[in-house]
Design a protein around this ligand. Structure first.
Ligand code: ADP
Length: 475
């Protein structure tokens, strides 16, 4: 772990092993921290806060910029490590390292744009000054699916704002976290400003993060169930909370869209990270007029997606994170088939030869999906594209909104009014219009409903780490 500027073991001396999800091989070992280690890290962050908060935005910007440069210099070793530890194809790891580094560069710039306001008063002898100040010590909990960018997306804005932080990385991907903290160390961040705790059992750490008085803010990315629980605990202690949780993204193809183009977009989007993304499309609504062409193109594309070890050239889909993830996908597909769905491609686990060592599920197309199927409501987090054919254009937005989640949605249309009406009508935080990648460090990412609270990226992302302070000056 990295606490107060030093690499340390857990107080208990315990460690745990990290494995490659494609091969099952042990690839490293990290400290197995507990509640007392989390407290030690919070103590360091708390001690460093006053001095760090008093640095100028220019100093913080320079350090973040340096971290961005180091991350860029080390991008190929980071990408190799990510594929080995998390499983995604090497090209996807390279793209994630770049996306992750962008948050450091963007917030290095944004640090200097945190401004206040000078407000007029109704009293002639009074002036109001509004300033923004860092909230204090931030506790961050991050997931395994994007094991680098989900760290920098929190660290960039928190540090730019003048907060110090303690981060608990996901137990499946602590080596990526360690590499990122190595970069912050080498960039010259002062001791205590960033601290990393690794643990096999996240629960005791979560309890400390949500109850310790010195922590002023909790930021979490992960499942809705855990996010709700942690947000509840943290809110009970009046900590500020941002949570980025699950999703169940609709992908609507209107009759005026080119169904072949839309199917190519769907294929490119669905299999990113083996479908293990909160913005992955989980309900593809295709108008009946384009359904045949859409199915045909998607079938062709999916048949060509090669599953395997992400280190191998030409592999488009890596392993899932563990066996429980494979079992969940299998259960959803079996349920859909039992209720009448078709499976023209894929449909099951991959267990032959080298696949037996990892956690693989075949890239799959499920057609004829209906709203009584589990896959229609439950997040899949796997390489399965569920397609629904619809005929009524007037009700498709309501159908797309019929979920407790509200993270991402995708729309294909060539008609400007349809695009605008759908953009306004969909109850989701991120909407791609003829676009399968509506994300950037410069843009606010986050969801509504069960998909979370708060936004990451953009101007909104740094506001999550700032308090507003009002001064009334009598002159
Ligand atoms: P996923 O299903 O994607 O693994 P989780 O919500 O279980 O999502 O994990 C996301 C992050 O939350 C990980 O860092 C994990 O260790 C952490 N986590 C899981 N359960 C708890 C808990 N009870 N308290 C604190 N953190 C937790």
């Amino acid at each position: 772990m990295y606490i107060n500027g030093e690499w340390v073991e857990a107080g208990s001396g315990e460690r745990f092993e990290v494995t490659n999800p494609a091969t099952g091989a042990v690839i490293g070992e990290v400290a197995d921290g507990d509640a007392s280690d989390a407290e030690r890290a919070i103590e360091a962050a708390d001690a460093a806060f006053k001095t760090w908060a008093a640095t100028t935005a220019y100093e913080r910007s320079d350090l973040l910029h340096r971290a961005w440069m180091l991350m860029t210099e080390r991008s190929s070793e980071l990408a190799n490590l990510m594929t080995t530890e998390q499983g995604k194809p090497l090209k996807a790891s390279q793209a994630e390292v770049k996306y992750g580094a962008d948050f450091l560069r963007w917030y290095a710039e944004e640090a200097k744009r945190v401004a206040g306001e000078w407000l007029p008063s109704a009293r002639p002898d009074q002036r109001f000054l509004v300033v923004k100040q860092p909230v204090g010590v931030v506790a961050a909990i991050t997931p395994w699916n994007y094991p680098i960018s989900m760290l920098t997306r929190k660290m960039g804005p928190a540090l730019a704002a003048g907060c110090t932080l303690v981060l608990k990385a996901a137990e499946a991907t602590p080596l990526c976290a360690r590499a990122i903290f190595g970069i912050f160390h080498d960039a010259g961040f002062p001791p205590g400003v960033v601290n990393l705790v690794t643990a096999l059992d996240p629960k005791p750490i979560g309890e400390v993060f949500t109850t310790d008085e010195r922590v002023r803010k909790l930021t979490f990315t992960g499942s809705t169930a855990v996010g709700k629980m942690l947000a509840g605990q943290a809110a009970g202690n009046l900590k500020r909370v941002s949570v980025e949780l699950g999703g169940h993204a609709p992908f609507i193809v209107f009759p005026d869209a080119d169904p072949v183009h839309a199917a190519k977009g769907a294929a490119a989007l669905k299999f990113l990270n083996s479908g293990q993304a909160c913005i992955s499309p989980n309900r593809l609504y295709v108008h009946e007029s384009g359904a045949d062409a859409f199915h045909q193109t998607l079938t062709e594309r999916i048949s060509k997606v090669r599953a395997g070890n992400g280190m191998e050239d030409g592999v488009g889909v890596g392993p899932l994170v563990n066996d429980a993830a494979v079992a969940k996908v299998e259960r959803q597909v079996d349920d859909a088939v039992a209720k009448g769905a078709g499976v023209p491609v894929g449909g099951g686990r991959l267990t032959e030869g080298d696949f037996a060592k990892g956690h693989f599920f075949a890239p799959t197309l499920v057609t004829g999906v209906t709203d009584d199927m589990t896959i229609y409501r439950e997040e899949t987090f796997g390489p399965v594209a569920p397609v629904i054919t619809y005929d009524d254009v007037d009700t498709v937005i309501d159908r797309a909104n019929d979920t407790n989640y509200g993270l991402a949605a995708y729309v294909y249309t060539q008609n400007i009014s349809t695009a605008m009406r759908t953009f306004e009508g969909l109850r989701f935080g991120i909407i791609g219009i003829n676009d399968v990648n509506p994300t950037s460090a410069a843009a606010p990412f986050g969801g509504m409903g069960d998909s979370g609270l708060g936004r990451e990226g953009g101007h909104e992302g740094i506001a999550e780490y700032l308090e507003v302070k009002l001064g009334g000056f009598a002159i």
